[in-house]
Design a protein around this ligand. Structure first.
Ligand SMILES: C[S@@+](CC[C@H](N)C(=O)[O-])C[C@H]1O[C@@H](n2cnc3c(N)ncnc32)[C@H](O)[C@@H]1O
Length: 441
């Protein structure tokens, strides 16, 4: 079954061609050539774009490729291929080759007026070959990072491309803010929804989409493969943000900012210039509360890759220690609802402290707010407002780094920190007599 992207590529390439954007049309046809190398139509179409772009030797090569593929079966394709190759060869000063192609064009039924016009050009052409002009780069490479940028995209070894710090980045710095190219309000659009959204892309945006990584090219559905490799939960396809690789000990975090319809990435830690910036593709507890095997299985199922991050690459001993820490953090989280908040308050706070310290030992404590938030709620139940403020402060500081000062999560944390008594909790202030001032990180 042919890849559904082929029809879309043809439509968008002719759209670009009609607009006179031969560079985009050529690149779109190049994708068709790569996806469907046995069909002569694609190199034939691309040869025309090459002629328009004065890329004579590429035009010649494509016409030759088309001739080899169409063999004797498609006469009109053969005619076009000879005619285009004739023009390319003439432009390159290969008069003998051009003359032969023109003969072949005529003998396969090429229009008389075209033959005559082309013959005149051959006759009057100068034998000195023209220089091939420098042409535009066809790759949609990410532009090299201007100095004010926080990141640049570069080769990240076995992971493909990746994002790197263009300067020293500090915890809480905004690294990227980007509008989605294909926004979806949910994570799994149907094939029809996806196809409709793709139809609305401009030819150049389709090219940008096609520049993204596809970890499932074998499945024969390029759109689906690229979507699954790159889509964000909330926010769909976001081109630059898609270049950030995953780590189970990330130094940055992505989040969707609904108010501005932007995908954003904030620094969770200090990231020195030149270092790779990593986000986590897995939701919080599936990273900090999961062993290496569990994380790797989840990433393989979700995105079909074997994680090579620093945490997954630890040697056996260190990896076992890491697994033990993460398993304990997870088990603390799972045990928390079993505590009686009236009688077990101190033990509850002590395990919160334990969990956050384990996160720190693990080198990834950006999600400390999950636990600190529970601690704040417990202190509020006991009307220990001072302690509640302390824990709300940790939640607030963590959320600024995770989501920025202007996110809804952070606003709430800030309000609770400034006025702990205003907390929206059904049991706030119902127990009295216990204070927790001695239990801190
Ligand atoms: C959203 S893309 C990230 C950008 C991608 N590296 C590129 O070249 O465009 C996700 C893909 O990058 C690769 N990748 C990301 N993080 C990785 C990691 N920790 N280990 C190995 N491969 C990773 C995998 O192929 C994954 O499917």
């Amino acid at each position: 079954m042919s890849d559904p992207i082929l029809g879309l590529l043809k439509t968008k390439a002719s759209e670009a061609f009609k607009q006179g954007d031969f560079t985009t049309a050529r690149s779109l046809y190049s994708h068709s050539v790569d996806i469907d190398p046995q069909d002569d139509t694609h190199p034939l179409n691309r040869s025309l774009m090459n002629l328009r772009l004065t890329r004579w030797s590429d035009a010649e090569e494509d016409a030759t490729k088309a001739l080899a593929l169409c063999q004797c079966t498609k006469n009109d394709h053969k005619q076009k291929a000879y005619y285009r190759r004739c023009q390319a060869r003439r432009e390159m000063g290969d008069i003998v080759g051009a003359q032969n192609d023109l003969k072949a064009f005529a003998s396969t039924g090429g229009a008389r007026d075209l033959v005559d016009a082309e013959q005149k050009k051959i006759d009057s052409s100068i034998t000195t070959p023209q220089l091939v002009p420098a042409h535009q780069s066809l790759l949609l490479e990410s532009k090299s990072a201007p100095s004010e940028r926080t990141y640049f995209i570069d080769d990240a070894g076995n992971k493909g491309l990746g994002a790197f710090a263009a300067r020293d980045i500090h915890r809480g710095d905004l690294i990227l803010t980007e509008k989605p190219l294909l926004p979806f309000p949910h994570n799994s659009p149907s094939r029809t929804e996806l196809r409709l959204a793709m139809d609305n892309l401009s030819p150049t945006d389709l090219l940008v989409f096609l520049s993204l990584k596809n970890t499932r090219p074998d499945r024969g559905d390029t759109i689906d493969g690229i979507y699954k490799t790159n889509a964000f939960a909330n926010g769909g396809i976001v081109i630059e943000a898609s270049r950030f690789n995953h780590s189970c000990r990330p130094n940055a975090r992505y989040s969707y900012h609904e108010a501005t319809n932007r995908q954003r990435i904030f620094a969770l830690t200090y990231i020195p210039e030149g270092e790779e910036i990593f986000v986590s593709y897995l939701a919080s507890r599936n990273v900090y509360g999961a062993t290496r095997n569990q994380r790797q299985a989840a990433l393989r199922a979700k995105q079909n890759f074997l994680c090579s991050c620093a945490a997954c690459g630890l040697d056996r001993q260190l990896s076992l220690e890491s697994d033990r820490r993460r398993t304990e953090i997870r088990s603390i989280w799972d045990r928390m609802p079993t505590f009686n908040p009236r009688t077990d308050g101190r033990a509850y706070l002590q395990i919160v402290v334990r969990a956050i310290n384990l996160m720190k030992e693990e080198g990834y404590w950006a999600d400390a707010d999950d636990f600190a938030n529970e601690a704040a709620a417990l202190c509020s139940m006991h009307a220990d407002w001072e302690s509640a403020k302390y824990w709300h402060g940790i939640v607030y500081e963590t959320r600024v780094a995770e989501f920025g000062k202007d996110s809804a999560h952070t606003f709430k944390a800030r309000r609770d920190f400034e006025d702990p008594r205003s907390i929206d909790h059904p049991y706030a202030g119902v127990f009295h007599g216990q204070t927790f001032a001695d239990i801190r990180l």
